[in-house]
Design a protein around this ligand. Structure first.
Ligand code: FMN
Length: 366
C-alpha cells in the first residue's frame, strides 16, 4: 500500500499546491465517509491488527492515532477508523469561526519528508463542529474508537480572555467527544504559546474542570483533558506545566506540536522552504519530540499518559516514542508522505516488537 502511494499516487498529489490537494483529499474522504460499505471495504483492505491499550478510562483498539489538524472540520470522521487509526483528534477548533492566515500557508520540504504550516486555526468554529459531530452520531456513523477534540484560542479573543474562549468551546463540544486536548502550543496564533505559562494555563484548566464537574452527571464524564506542548519549551518550562497535572487533574500530555526551529538541511529546496514562517513537522521533528516525551515521562514518574507525536513515519519511530514513555502515538506528516498504509505498517510493527509482552511493561523502558 505504501509503495503504491509513494510511487503512483504521491507524484500526482505533489504536483498540486499543498493546501489545495489537502482540501480535495479531505473532500474525497468526506464522501467515502458517507458510505458505510465503502468504509467497511477500506477497513477490510487495510486490515490493521488489534493492539488494545487502555488509558484515561478509554479503550483504544490500537495506540496509533490521527494527529490534530488533518480533519479540522470533522468532515471525514468515520474514515479515520477505516484507515485503522486507534483514535482520532479532530480540530483544532476555536470558539469563533475564523479563516486562518492568508494563503499560501502550507509547504512541503519533500527531501526531508517535512511540512511547514502557518494555517492559524482555520476552522468553522465550535458551534458548527458540534452540529457536524451530532450529525455523524445521528447517522449511526460514529467510529468505533475514541474521538478527541483539539481546542485552540480564537484570534480575535484577547489573551486575558483566553480561559473563557476555551471554556465556551469546551461547553459547546462537551457531549460530542471522548477527550479534549488544550492546545496552547501552536506557533501560528499570535502569543498563543504564552498560554503555556503556568498561571495562564492554570486559569484555563480551572475553568474547564469547573465545567467538567458540572456536566459530569448520570455516569457520563468527566471528560479527560490533556495538554499539548511545544517542542521549543525548555525542560524547566515543561516542568512548570507538569506541576499543574495533579492539581488540575490533567489526564495526559501530548508531546509535541510543530517546532519553530529549523534543523540543518543540505537540500537546497528544503533550505528555501525552511525560510517560511510557521511550524515544522515531519521527520526533522522526530528526535526533539522524543526527547520531550522522555523528559515528561521522567518528570511525571511514568504516572501520566503521554501521547507521543512528531516525525513518526515507521514502526521504529513509534517504538522509539513508546520506549521513551509514550503510551499512545499520533501521525500527521507521514500520512502525507507515506499515505494511509502507514497506519497498518506502524501497528503491525509495534505488535511484532512487543512480541507478546504487555504494553504497560514496555512503555518508558528505553
Ligand atoms: C497542516 C497542519 C495543521 C496542524 N494543525 C494543528 C492543530 O490545529 N492543532 C494542533 O494541536 N496541532 C496541529 N498540527 C500539529 C500536528 O498535530 C502534530 O503535532 C505535528 O504535525 C507533529 O506530528 P507529525 O510530525 O507526525 O506531523 C498541525 C500540523 C500540520 C502539518
Amino acid at each position: 500500500m505504501s509503495w503504491f502511494y509513494r510511487h503512483l499516487a504521491r507524484p500526482l498529489l505533489f504536483s498540486q499546491d499543498s493546501e489545495a490537494i489537502h482540501d480535495r483529499t479531505i473532500q474525497g474522504l468526506a464522501l467515502a465517509s458517507r458510505s458505510p460499505w465503502l468504509c467497511a471495504a477500506i477497513r477490510g483492505w487495510l486490515d490493521v491488527p488489534e493492539l488494545p491499550v487502555t488509558r484515561f478510562g478509554l479503550r483504544f483498539p490500537n495506540p496509533v492515532g490521527l494527529a490534530a489538524g488533518m480533519d479540522k472540520q470533522a468532515l471525514a470522521v468515520p474514515v479515520w477508523r477505516a484507515f485503522g487509526f486507534g483514535f482520532s483528534e479532530l480540530g483544532g477548533v476555536t470558539r469563533h469561526a475564523q479563516p486562518g492566515n492568508p494563503q499560501p500557508r502550507m509547504f512541503r520540504a519533500v527531501a526531508e519528508e517535512a511540512l511547514i504550516n502557518r494555517m492559524g486555526f482555520n476552522n468553522p468554529g465550535a458551534t458548527a463542529l458540534a452540529t457536524r459531530l451530532q450529525d455523524w452520531q445521528q447517522r449511526g456513523a460514529w467510529p468505533a474508537h475514541p474521538v478527541g477534540i483539539n481546542l485552540g484560542k480564537s484570534k480575535i479573543t484577547p489573551l486575558e480572555e483566553a480561559a473563557e474562549d476555551y471554556a465556551t468551546s469546551f461547553e459547546l463540544l462537551w457531549s460530542w467527544a471522548d477527550f479534549f486536548v488544550v492546545n496552547v502550543s501552536s506557533p501560528n496564533t499570535p502569543n498563543l504559546r504564552r498560554l503555556q505559562d503556568k498561571s495562564a494555563l492554570d486559569e484555563i484548566l480551572a475553568r474547564l474542570q469547573e465545567i467538567n464537574a458540572r456536566r459530569a452527571t448520570g455516569g457520563k464524564g468527566p471528560k479527560p483533558i490533556l495538554v499539548k506542548m511545544a517542542p521549543d519549551l525548555t525542560f524547566e518550562a515543561l516542568d512548570e506545566i507538569v506541576s499543574l497535572v495533579a492539581p488540575r487533574q490533567v489526564a495526559g500530555l501530548v508531546a509535541t506540536n510543530t517546532t519553530i526551529a529549523r534543523p540543518v538541511t543540505h537540500d537546497a529546496v528544503a533550505q528555501h522552504i525552511y525560510r517560511e514562517t510557521g511550524g515544522l513537522s515531519g521527520r526533522p521533528l522526530r528526535a526533539r519530540s522524543t526527547e520531550v516525551v522522555r523528559h515528561l515521562y521522567r518528570a511525571t514518574q511514568g504516572r501520566v499518559p503521554i501521547i507521543g507525536v512528531g516525525g513518526i513515519g515507521s514502526a521504529a519511530d513509534a517504538w522509539e516514542k513508546v520506549l521513551a514513555g509514550a503510551s499512545l502515538v499520533q501521525i500527521y506528516s507521514a500520512m502525507v508522505y507515506a499515505g494511509p498504509g502507514v497506519v497498518s505498517e506502524v501497528v503491525s510493527g509495534l505488535r511484532d516488537r512487543l512480541a507478546g509482552a504487555r504494553w504497560d511493561d514496555v512503555v518508558g523502558r528505553g
